[in-house]
Design a protein around this ligand. Sequence first.
Ligand code: MV4
Length: 457
Amino acid sequence: MFQKILIANRGEIALRVVRACRELGIKTMAVYSEADEQSLHVQLADEAICIGPNASNQSYLKADRILSAAEIGDVDAIHPGYGFLSENYRFAEQCERCKIKFIGPKSEVIRSMGDKALAREMAKKAKVPIIMGSDGPLDNEEQACKVAQKIGFPIIIKAVAGGGGKGMRLAHNMVAFTKEFNAARAEAEKAFGNGAVYIEKYIEEPRHIEFQILADSHGKVIHLGERDCSIQRRYQKLIEEAPSPFLTEDLRNRMGKCAVRLAESCGYENAGTIEFLVDKRGNFYFIEMNTRIQVEHGITEEVTGIDLVKNQILIAAGQQLNINQKDVKITKHAIECRINAEDPSRNFAPCPGTVTLCYTPGGHGVRVDSHVYGGYQIPPYYDSMIGKLIAYGRNRQIAVDRMYRALSEYIIRGISTTIPFCQAIMLDPCFKNGQYTTKYIEDFLNRTPKDIFTQNK
Ligand code: MV4
């Protein structure tokens, strides 16, 4: 087993990894930027080392600085968390060369799944349904138009190096397609240094349903059910729940088998997520695989009773998974609200600043994962998520009511947050009945006056 792990991240996920390590008796080394000196992950880790200035690309994204810190700390492994270097195959490769265990899959698997057109191809080979679309990237307009004609409109154009919605374009006819195809390629080149794009038939108002898997280094793969992440705004998830109120037991089993098959076919090892779109008729299609722990992993932990971060570490240390598929039982319902330092009444503008007062909810069926405390200054350099509130119970009704109650107890003064916004959703009949799609937030904002989300600072 590892003696010491370096945590190459910040905020709540760094804290989450510290907690898993402490329960496993593993020492932790935090890294931090100058802006994060007062951060909780720095204070709660066994050791901490400053790796550079405020900007991410001068600190948390600097592979060489993190590897230097790893050498100084004489660590056995690096946990990358999510974001930053977590899906950077070059970083994983560097770790492999330095004989420091990267807590994730092999760099080659990260690279393959990071190429979204290649991931599609791998899904197809594993007999996992994909959306009708191009075979690989399209590199000239003429060829692209031919394929588009065959698929039929509407069509979505996606960047090979994208994912999570970055660089996506929609076209409803051939004239728009030609324009958007070229715009998407230019945009992808600028954003990722890779202009390659592929196309798919556009699915109207789908649900975004993702399966959590765990795969050990001995070839064993299990799934831990799904999360419904349809409640998003501009590709940013706001509320997630497990299980999905939409899935039947039959659909869950079929999708879960596909997720496991894909992970098996690519020699996956680590926790991972297979994302699907599900249309109104219950057809499901693979869209992407995430090769990291995700923000919303906690709801799966609460409904299954399985600690995903501990399992990531045990798997990376070469242990065999001690859970069998038949023992995975989803016995609860869990909902997560992302608490962001944003003002929903001002188009979700980020609100960094000092948290003058912080009281976190508790009680039966409530979990808070947050690095924020009273007096904490939220730096403006990183993303605006300052915590995750999870409410769970025996069924969905209990979880929704409990979330409403917990949100009403959550006091954060000094800045604006998404707390009142999430609370309004917990009272919304369209959310309560569970029949929402990825269009939910847009619709909700259109029929709700903005000022109701304004809170007292
Ligand atoms: C799609 C789609 C419709 N049809 N692909 C957005 C994020 C990225 N991971 C994939 N996304 C989508 N891909 C086809 N062929 C609609 C979306 C999409 C979406 C997906 C999940 C959650 C929210 C979304 C919001 C808008 C569009």
